[in-house]
Design a protein around this ligand. Structure first.
Ligand code: GCW
Length: 654
């Protein structure tokens, strides 16, 4: 397995005659020593361990508050490099940091100090025990197969090193929709298997979490209720948690999706979400565990006829008033936008407004609504926009700092994302989708990195190419989010994709359905009115300044217009174009861009190793078909509705 699997950005070895030995000060017991002993020769060609501190690379534990828990500093020493940190985790991250710098950092200056901007840096798996992955596009689960634990520990080991190499430190290993069999993961038989997985991740400094079923007391424990305020339920969970920690003392905790899309939760018992989360948090606290509670709670059985209901409002309506009522080891996990990982959405209004509750921001690396890892869609630009978004509370409050600062226990705050890997040999289906996993880790560790810098790092580590060729790949990556947006949903109107599948166009697919995602296109105009005066009042969930900006049609940014307003097709955008012309232009442009990507990629044929070349080539062909389909359906739909022709006279089907 080890030879045949694509090792992504860890394929190369640092080759330097000056680097021949390494040394770690293990006067303090290091749980990571074995890991580093295994890693160092994989990362640095011909290196061997020396038991003398005069080695080419020296790892030392120091005490320096500024480096925090996981941070490190690399100093240039006469014989090579010294990596220092407060913790062994930090040294491990520093080892991967030094490797990266030596391979990519042409103009790096030493000492190089790196301290993560976010404390919890997590990936969430939506893997099911049967081996399928909800919204997975890279083959089946690396953990499970046909209701058994796959047991390929070497593969899990490779995955752990990939995650640690980009600075991640937490993982949840099963789907948040916890089906029958997975509900029993909290029992001894499964825990013994899970322990083996936990051990591997923990040897790379990564904490493992399980998604649990809120109704487990009934499903697993045969109780008649799962009411969080029932003593019987509380006692049951305490026993279960005691058992988990007896078997897995370094277990991370629980991730919970409750009262959402059919999952059980406290609402069933007339209880609130703080009551649900706190019951679990109190039970797990003595063991140092965490409860991560998702805010993706909304009514998915809406009546499309009722225009007063607005799914976008749900998370804020449910959670804002609970601010300050959660235990110190409970964390709310909030999706980046108010609806659901669309190619463009405004930032969730909970950021900045919630000030007394630990929180985690949730992204989606797996490309559910962004092209299923067939289409290239580099997501770092989108995530950066979210992190850099100024919520405008108290003057200025950027999401990236609000997540931490507004969490009373800052070590219990951070970022999580639904991950994109599976059994495909290259992990992510589309080779270029590796850049999203790599970039996610890098960006949430260092929120200041640019999309361009991350793309450059990834391409340098991944391919053996001259700069002009690397630049070409970067040019595909860094424009691909805009391209995807161009040929899919215009101006943040959202959805318009095929129901359930979420790939390919179906403009009215969700329009008369129960899911609460409507565009309201008619013969005159399109968009959801979320204003205070005439709409759902969602704009009021933002800070005063943001509310005014979004509420007013003349100040609302173009790219968010249809999320907040219902406008005429003839409405003129800030760009100077009418809405209808914008729709036509972007859809033609999106397809053009994909054709350009094909030309660029073809030009790289002789320089890229065949498997990777063919992999992306094949997908770019699919992407073209996909883009053409979107273009023609969206353009035709709006042409038929509006009767307004394209001013450039291009072919639109009528
Ligand atoms: O985006 C939606 C997906 C569901 C997913 C849900 C969630 C795991 O379509 O498949 O369920 O979000 O985030 O819980």
């Amino acid at each position: 397995m080890f030879e045949t699997r694509d090792l992504c950005w860890l394929t190369k070895e640092v080759q330097s005659p000056g680097i021949s030995t390494w040394y770690i000060d293990h006067s303090k017991d290091s749980p990571f020593l074995t890991t580093m002993e295994r890693e160092m020769p994989l990362l640095f060609e011909g290196i061997s361990y020396s038991n003398k501190p005069e080695a080419s690379i020296v790892f030392s534990i120091i005490e320096e508050t500024a480096l925090n828990q996981d941070g490190y500093r690399i100093e240039q020493a006469t014989q090579g490099y010294e990596v220092v940190s407060n913790s062994h985790e930090g040294l491990l991250f520093g080892m991967f940091g030094l490797y990266r710098l030596l391979l990519t950092g042409d103009d790096v200056t030493f000492p190089y100090q790196s301290v993560p901007d976010q404390n919890i840096r997590m990936v969430n798996h939506w893997d099911n025990f049967d081996g399928s992955i909800e919204r997975g596009y890279a083959g089946s689960s690396i953990f499970y197969d046909q209701n058994t634990f796959r047991g390929d520990m070497e593969l899990i080991g490779q995955y752990a090193r990939l995650l640690a190499s980009v600075g991640l430190n937490a993982i949840s290993i099963n789907n948040v929709n916890v089906h029958k069999l997975e509900s029993f993961f909290i029992k001894e038989e499964s825990l013994k298997e899970i322990k083996k997985i936990v051990e591997i991740f923990s040897s790379y400094g990564i904490k493992t979490f399980l998604s649990i079923n809120f109704a487990a007391p009934m499903i697993v424990g045969n109780l008649t209720t799962a009411d969080p305020l029932s003593l019987e339920v509380e006692t049951w969970w305490k026993e279960v948690i005691g058992e988990i920690y007896r078997i897995i003392p370094n277990f991370g905790g629980f991730l919970v999706k409750a009262d959402s899309e059919g999952e059980p939760g406290p609402f069933t018992y007339g209880r609130n979400h703080d009551e649900g989360a706190n019951m679990l948090a109190k039970a797990i606290k003595p063991f140092g565990g965490l409860v991560i509670w998702r805010c993706f709670v909304y009514d998915c059985t809406q009546d499309w006829r009722d225009r007063n209901l607005d799914r976008a409002r749900a998370a804020y309506d449910i959670f804002k008033d609970l601010d300050g009522r959660f235990e110190d080891n409970a964390i709310l996990q909030i999706k980046n936008g108010p609806i659901d990982f669309q190619i463009r959405e405004p930032v969730s209004p909970l950021f900045g407004s919630m000030k007394k509750t630990n929180h985690i921001l949730e992204f989606q690396i797996t490309q559910e609504y962004t092209g299923h890892q067939k289409d290239v869609c580099y997501l770092i630009p989108m995530w950066k926009e979210v992190l850099d978004f100024d919520t405008k509370y108290d003057g200025k409050s950027l999401v990236k700092s609000a997540v931490r600062k507004n969490s009373p226990n800052q070590s219990n705050s951070g970022i999580a994302a639904v991950v994109n890997v599976g059994m495909d040999r290259n992990w992510t289906g589309n080779k270029l989708a590796q850049a999203n996993l790599y970039g996610y880790g890098r960006l949430i560790w260092n929120n200041e990195l640019s999309s361009q810098e991350i793309a450059e790092e990834w391409t340098k580590l991944t391919f053996d190419l001259e700069k002009p060729h690397l630049d070409k790949i970067c040019s595909i990556l860094t424009t691909s989010r805009d391209t995807y947006e161009d040929y899919t949903c215009p101006l943040s109107v959202g959805f318009m994709c095929r129901p359930s599948l979420h790939y390919g166009p179906d403009v009215d697919g969700y329009e008369y359905d129960k899911w609460g995602t409507y565009h309201y296109a008619d013969r005159d105009g399109v968009g959801r009115d979320r204003t205070i005066a005439t709409g759902t009042g969602y704009t009021k969930q933002y800070s005063k300044e943001r509310c005014e900006e979004y509420d007013c049609i003349s100040t609302c940014p173009d790219e968010l217009l249809l999320f907040f307003h219902h406008v005429l097709y003839t409405h003129v955008l800030h760009s100077g174009k009418t809405v209808i012309q914008h729709i036509y232009d972007t859809h033609f442009q999106g397809v053009e861009r994909v054709l350009e990507y094909q030309v660029i990629w073809d030009g790289l044929k002789e320089f890229i190793e065949e498997e990777a070349y063919e992999n992306v080539k094949e997908r770019l062909i699919q992407q073209e078909k996909h883009a053409v389909n979107w273009r023609d359906q969206v353009n035709t739909y709006f042409y038929r509705k509006s009767g307004i022709p394209d001013e450039k006279g291009r072919r639109i089907f009528d």
